[in-house]
Design a protein around this ligand. Structure first.
Ligand SMILES: *[C@@H]1O[C@H](CO)[C@@H](O)[C@H](O)[C@H]1NC(C)=O
Ligand SMILES: *[C@@H]1O[C@H](CO)[C@@H](O)[C@H](O)[C@H]1NC(C)=O
Length: 517
């Protein structure tokens, strides 16, 4: 200490500052050395400097198991409880991959793809047909609740109904996963019949179709079929052992139309929803942490034979849609006044009706940029029509949530403008005019790469919307497991207290206070 004082008092040249630094460093290293010696364990340094190294952690566990049974691992504990079946599978497939590499180097990519793929195991309730294909006027035959999709697939009604047909494609894909001659394209989800083996419990209710077709009450009845089916669904679900076991936390419910499941959503809040946006949901009922955003099925035809020709698209900016004056929709009218006198801008009101689809297709296919403005909900199928048209989307919707955004960077192929900026005089039009040919072509090429992520089809193909949605669900599964394990902390108390162990059963034991949704 005296030495340090003398140094810092007397000397100010750069050389001595360097000395001071060296001395402090040496002291620091020495103190570390003493700490290490006092623990008497050379392993200590590995644990603390490389806590995330899987190799070190596992080899260390094995080592300590053979060397000393009594010693307690201070930082890692016994990791074997964390190694689940998937990780083991991963390890074996890594070994397989090494063999593949030896045999044929061209297969490396294929092997890696296989290794990274996690197949979601889905248990699907055998709901009566009135909840799904019965709504498509399919009649059950021979006691089966599911159509034989090898002979005929019931059609989903066309036109604008199709925008929200996500429920139909997901259900078909699960049924297809069981066919003996299932197309062996890489599959992201398979149906399992034992719910104990499942990652997720799928509720095959065609809620959007039910809303579109049956939300108007028959004059002779007080309630619409849409309302009655939802009540029936809640009664069915809450009586199932699968629901009771998790209070619905591992259930997956599709409610893509913003008005679908309107009556039941408050009772089924604990499940994972597949939605188009959160516009009509309170944040505790639906939110981006718990739920999955799925694209609309585009109604405008794909622009398959298109080339990245900037100059062949005469319209700079295209918008066709309804006027909304409520919620965030007032911005459409404001933008109309800002843009109506621009020469190469098409901005017109009137929603896309049946005969309008052809016109809108023509319009979007011949425009460089397509506006997507918040309407009465933050999302609309217009964005997905634009992507299919390879018309670079310009998104003015501050609260929009986008499909697969946890793995996809939309700024590479969309232009985002804040509503407050878009309403400034000339801001939007100048921004668009300043995007040059090269930048536009780059975005066009990205659109071409991603457009398959938004295609719904049967049979589903690799990387299409069906597979992408299952993968998005898979990414939520670890969070569900966490919630369920937390939930189980107290639920076994009920069983014990029934056996006479002293414990007060109360709703608190089932609902840990402060549990986040
Ligand atoms: C860790 O747990 C596994 C299985 O539970 C056991 O076989 C192994 O001996 C344990 N290792 C240590 C170091 O306690
Ligand atoms: C379902 O799986 C669980 C655990 O994997 C098993 O204990 C149970 O017997 C199975 N049920 C049926 C009906 O096979």
């Amino acid at each position: 200490m005296a030495e340090r004082n003398a140094l810092s008092l007397g000397i100010t040249s750069r050389n001595s500052l360097f000395c001071l630094f060296t001395i402090i460093s040496i002291l620091f290293i020495l103190s570390w050395f003493f700490v290490l010696r006092s623990t008497g364990r050379p392993n200590f340094i590995d644990h603390n400097l490389l806590p995330n190294s899987k190799f070190l952690a596992t080899s260390d566990d094995r080592g300590s198991a053979t060397h000393s049974q009594n010693e307690v691992e201070p930082s890692t504990g016994n990791r074997s409880i964390l190694v689940d079946a998937e990780e083991q599978e991963e390890e074996t497939s890594q070994e397989n991959e090494k063999i593949d590499v030896k045999c044929n180097t061209n297969d490396i990519e294929v092997a890696q793809q296989k290794e990274n793929k996690v197949v979601l195991k889905v248990f699907m309730y055998d709901l009566p047909p009135e909840f799904h294909f019965g709504l498509l006027d399919w009649k059950a035959q021979g006691g089966s609740v599911w159509p034989d999709i090898r002979s005929k697939i019931p059609d989903y009604p066309g036109g604008l109904n199709l925008q929200h047909s996500i429920e139909y494609w997901l259900t078909l894909d699960l049924l297809a996963s069981e066919l003996p001659d299932a197309p062996n394209a890489p599959r992201s989800a398979i149906r399992v019949h034992n719910s104990s083996d499942a990652d997720i419990i799928f509720v095959p209710f065609f809620s959007s179709l039910c809303y579109n077709r049956y939300s108007k009450a028959d004059p002779r009845q007080r309630k619409s079929k849409n309302t009655l089916l939802q009540e029936k669904l809640v009664r069915f679900l809450t009586a199932q052992k699968e629901w009771k076991r998790s209070r619905g936390r591992d259930h997956l419910i599709v409610a893509h139309h913003p008005n679908s499941l309107l009556d039941a959503r408050m009772k089924l809040w604990s499940a994972m929803f597949i939605l188009s946006d959160f516009g009509r949901y309170p944040p505790n009922i639906a939110n981006v942490d718990k739920d999955v955003i799925a694209p609309y099925k585009h109604v405008i035809g794909s622009n398959v034979n298109d080339s990245p020709d900037f100059d062949s698209r005469p319209t700079l900016l295209y918008f066709q849609g309804a006027i909304y004056r409520k919620d965030g929709g007032y911005i459409r009218q404001e933008l109309f006044y800002l843009l109506k006198d621009e020469q190469d801008v098409h901005f017109a009101f009137g929603s896309v009706q049946k005969d309008g689809i052809k016109k809108a297709t023509q319009g979007m296919h011949s425009s460089k940029f397509c506006l997507n403005i918040a309407g009465d909900t933050p999302s609309s199928n217009r964005l997905f029509d634009a992507i299919a048209s390879r018309c670079v989307p310009v998104i003015i919707s501050d609260n929009i949530e986008l499909p697969y955004e946890d793995v996809l960077d939309y700024s590479q192929f969309c232009v985002f403008v804040r509503s407050s900026d878009a309403l400034k005089e000339k801001f939007l039009i100048n921004l668009i005019r300043n995007i040059g040919k090269d930048e536009w072509i780059r975005m066009w090429q990205k659109l071409k790469e991603v457009e398959n992520f938004y295609e719904f089809q049967y049979p589903s193909k690799e990387g299409d919307a069906v597979q992408m949605i299952w993968q998005a669900v898979s990414r939520k599964v670890p969070a569900i497991r966490l919630k369920l394990n937390k939930y189980r902390r107290f639920s076994s108390n009920a069983v014990r207290s029934d056996r006479g162990v002293r414990s007060v059963p109360s709703p608190k034991n089932f609902w840990p206070p402060g549990e986040s949704l």
